[in-house]
Write a protein that binds this ligand. Structure first.
Ligand code: UDP
Ligand code: MG
Length: 333
């Protein structure tokens, strides 16, 4: 019997979780009836400060299909997701947000596509309800810039909502870099991918945890983790400016030789100094971005720390059954 595991990172989602689980449980019932798959959900509490973990635990007590994982503090969505995916052991894994912006009802469609032989099935948003014009604009701009700059194209308007087959999950687990831009890592893995278009709903409750500053850093992460274009740009701008400066110097020098110099160069001198200074700073800044990332990478810290991992009771039951079967087959009691 094949197994499905849904990984849900949650940070201060106490208000949404019950509603989320009610909808997910209905979807699980449907999947179990139609495909005989064993369904499980792993809720990852990313160091929430509200009652998220308590809600998770109370849900777990009433539903054998729930596993919970609590991180030691808030590590951010990308790492919460990584922790969840590392703990997941299933033939197909689905990643979904807890705020009900991505409809769990789409999962059966994902599974159908997976059964057709696709390794990665991702949701592409056709609309994004409840988000401001500015957020939609910046997000669209980001995907288009990424597309041009990176050799690993991240599909447009695609969030983390997706299904992965076991082998693409195993591949993803091998990417242990610290600066994790999950959307990029998902695509880097490759294999056969297919998109399913859906309409993104507004948040069920609470507010987005990503303000513009966090989003800007997220975009920087995406670009610098998956592209060295800014580094190259610095080189080209540097070469271009140096070339222009050289031509200009020859001209100034020639003019001084032919006509003599009457202390006139002050404005141009200032201009050149300032301009070159600016270009150098820009190049240094870009190098700094990469250097900073290398610095973090060289520390080789663990990506996250788990506080508590409680498997779903249905899994425990099957594991015990399995070991009993195995030992009785071997004649050991
Ligand atoms: N999230 C998380 N850790 C964080 C921030 C967010 O686990 O530090 C979770 C959050 O609970 C939600 C998902 O990541 O399930 C997406 O977050 P959010 O809805 O705030 O992002 P948006 O949809 O606005 O991009
Ligand atoms: Mg959201």
């Amino acid at each position: 019997m094949s197994k499905l595991c849904v990984v849900v990172p949650a940070y201060n989602e106490g208000e949404s979780l019950r509603e989320f689980h009610a909808r997910l449980a209905a979807v699980f019932d449907q999947i179990a009836a139609q495909t005989q798959m064993q369904c499980e959900v792993l809720y990852v509490d990313d160091g929430s400060r509200d009652d998220t973990y308590a809600v998770m635990c109370s849900l777990r007590e009433n539903d054998a299909r729930i596993a919970t994982l609590k991180l030691a503090r808030n590590f951010g969505k990308e790492l919460a997701l990584t922790a969840g995916l590392d703990a997941a052991d299933a033939d197909a894994v689905v990643v979904i947000d807890a705020d009900l912006q991505d409809p769990p009802e789409l999962i059966p469609k994902f599974i159908e596509t997976w059964r057709e032989g696709y390794d990665v099935v991702y949701g592409t948003r056709s609309t994004r309800a409840g988000e401001t014009g500015l957020k939609k604009f910046t997000s669209a701009a980001f995907y288009r810039v990424m597309e041009r700059m990176s050799s690993t194209p991240v599909p447009r308007d695609t969030g983390d909502f997706r299904l992965m087959s076991r082998r693409s999950l195993e591949a993803l687990k091998r990417l242990r870099e610290r600066q994790r831009f999950m959307k990029g890592l998902f695509t880097w893995v490759g294999y056969k991918q297919k998109s399913v278009v859906y309409e993104r709903d507004a948040r069920f409750a609470g507010v987005s945890k990503f303000n513009y500053w966090r989003l800007w850093n997220f975009a920087l992460e995406g670009i610098t983790s998956f592209s060295t274009a800014p580094l190259k740009l610095a080189t080209y701008v540097g070469i271009g400016t140096a070339g222009l400066a050289f031509v200009y110097a020859v001209w100034v020098f020639g003019k001084a030789l032919l006509l003599g110099d009457r202390v006139q160069g002050y404005p141009t001198l200032m201009l050149v100094i300032l301009f070159l200074g600016g270009v150098q700073l820009m190049a240094l800044g870009m190098i700094g971005e990469y250097l900073g990332r290398m610095y973090i990478e060289t520390k080789q810290r663990p990506l996250y720390l788990i506080d508590e991992l409680i498997p779903a009771s249905q899994t425990e039951a099957t594991q015990i059954e399995d070991s009993v079967r195995r030992s009785s087959a071997a004649g050991v009691h």
